[in-house]
Design a protein around this ligand. Structure first.
Ligand SMILES: [Zn+2]
Length: 484
């Protein structure tokens, strides 16, 4: 039984090259202007229609649009406003100047959505299922002065969700995403990327994927980066970065930092996280992963093969925890994708649970699984007591869209804390061996794809041969009976 299980996992070891077939290909040529904080460039899209429907237009999310003046989307909560906009209010945005085919013939396009958050490119002729269509667009991106995942601060320029990225087409429609001041309101399919970036040569650049070529041209450097079968592509630039690295399994782990007296420990934690999660859930498929200290108002942020860790975290234990958390997202969000607006708990709950497993496996950090469950339980009780006294009754349902939470603490306590407690109660029910077996299966089955809560529950039922749907749903709908 065990031998059969090991063989099946081994046979299913993830491979990026085979996953990179029949995906959309993006090629971006960008120039970073560090005086005006503008990225000018063009993008050629070789869009693969993986749906069963011919598509006459392709929709793109324009996340930078949320940062523009007069945007109706909130990018930051009021309590973080001054910390984020430390130099006063600053706007960003994206300007699409032209969309054209490979014969330089202009294609019609439209900026729409609920708040200029969507670009629609109208094709000359529909792209049939399982075929490609090519087109190009020119644009400029204005980078705001804000300590955010998209913005520049005192130390780093963070380019997260900065370019037009194809919306997911599902159930006969395009999933149009809006920005929210909390959560990670992003959703995309895995694709292949090649980015040619021109930037002042004093900058050190960290990106998703890896650098395949570079050259110096006068005061600039031109680097080409490539990433196969990744869900998104992010870039971080800094003139202050120091870089250290180590290797684990087939992955080079890099740590970019400018202010960390425990840098080698931070690198070691990063390495241990990749090692532990690979053992627990399945192999990490990418050649490189970068952990990057940066200006960022929240604790950290995940991108494929790249994570941001905020330089504002003063407690080193917390800093370590954020590294462990963000790297777990490489499995839950990165390789196995989900709609992060609709089902934020799915990646956050699994990620928090994975962190607890990490600490259980690595006792040198002196933070056990039990301690983390206790902490989550008491944190949720405090939240209930405080918010309950104001609001009367608390909605304890987990499975909600970002816009269905009324406050950032409510979002956090239901998706992270309650999502973790849900997984820990499943753990109590089926045992830790079974739960890692379920997560291994979930990882292999939905690698490079998109999963839903139903998919997760389905895997758990299949592996355990137990009817668990009602159990999951009682937590997800907030109907679990608790004895406080
Ligand atoms: Zn997270």
């Amino acid at each position: 039984m065990i031998a059969v299980f090991i063989t099946s996992i081994y046979a299913c070891s993830l491979n990026v090259d085979s996953a990179s077939k029949n995906l959309t290909n993006y090629r971006l040529e960008l120039t970073f202007d560090d005086v005006n904080y503008v990225l000018n460039g063009s993008m050629s899209v070789n869009y693969y229609n993986k749906t069963e429907t011919p598509l006459s237009s392709i929709y793109f999310n324009l996340y930078p649009s949320a940062f523009r003046d007069a945007s109706g989307q909130e990018v930051i909560g009021l309590s973080n406003y001054d910390k984020c906009y430390y130099n006063g209010i600053s706007y960003g945005g994206i300007d699409i100047t032209k969309v054209y085919n490979n014969s330089s013939l202009n294609l019609n396009f439209e900026i729409c959505g609920t708040d200029e958050n969507i670009l629609i490119v109208y094709l000359q002729k529909p792209v049939e299922p399982e075929t490609y269509t090519n087109f190009n667009m020119d644009f400029s991106v204005i980078i705001p002065n804000i300590n955010h995942r998209f913005g520049y601060g005192e130390n780093t320029v963070n380019l997260g969700n900065f370019f037009p990225i194809a919306c997911v087409f599902e159930n006969g429609e395009w999933a149009e995403m809006e920005y929210y001041s909390y959560g990670d309101p992003f959703y995309s399919e895995v694709a292949n990327f090649e980015i040619e970036l021109t930037y002042p040569k004093d900058f050190i650049v960290a990106t998703t994927g890896k650098e395949i070529a570079n050259a110096v041209a006068g005061l600039n450097k031109i680097s080409v980066f490539k990433a196969k079968a990744v869900r998104d592509f992010a870039i971080v630039l800094s003139e202050k970065f120091q870089v250290i690295s180590t290797k684990v399994n087939n992955t080079e782990v890099f740590y970019y930092f400018y202010n960390d007296e425990h840098a080698s420990e931070s690198l070691e934690t990063s390495k241990l996280a990749i090692e532990t999660y690979s053992e627990l859930f399945g192999n990490y498929p990418y050649d490189e992963v970068k952990v990057i200290q940066s200006n960022f108002v929240h604790g950290g942020m995940e991108y494929p093969s790249l994570v941001l860790i905020s330089d504002e975290i003063s407690n080193y234990e917390t800093y370590t925890y954020v590294i462990v958390h963000e790297l777990a997202h490489q499995w839950w969000y990165g390789v196995v994708g989900n709609n992060q607006t609709k089902y934020a708990w799915l990646d956050e709950g699994l990620t928090e649970f994975s962190c607890a497993l990490f600490y259980e496996q690595n006792p040198q950090y002196d933070l056990t699984y039990e301690k983390l469950v206790q902490k989550a339980n008491s944190s949720f009780q405090v939240f209930k007591a405080i918010y309950g006294s104001v609001l009367g009754e608390i909605d304890t349902s987990i499975n909600r869209s970002l816009n269905e939470f009324s406050t950032e603490p409510e979002y956090y306590h239901l998706t992270y804390v309650r999502g973790f407690l849900l997984m820990s109660s499943v753990n109590d029910l089926i045992g830790s061996k079974k739960i890692t077996q379920c997560l291994k299966e979930y990882y292999i089955k939905y690698a490079f794809k998109i999963a839903t809560p139903e998919n997760l529950i389905g895997i758990f039922e299949k592996v355990t041969m137990k009817e668990l749907e009602e159990f999951f749903n009682s937590w997800l709908d907030g109907k679990i009976i608790e004895f406080d």
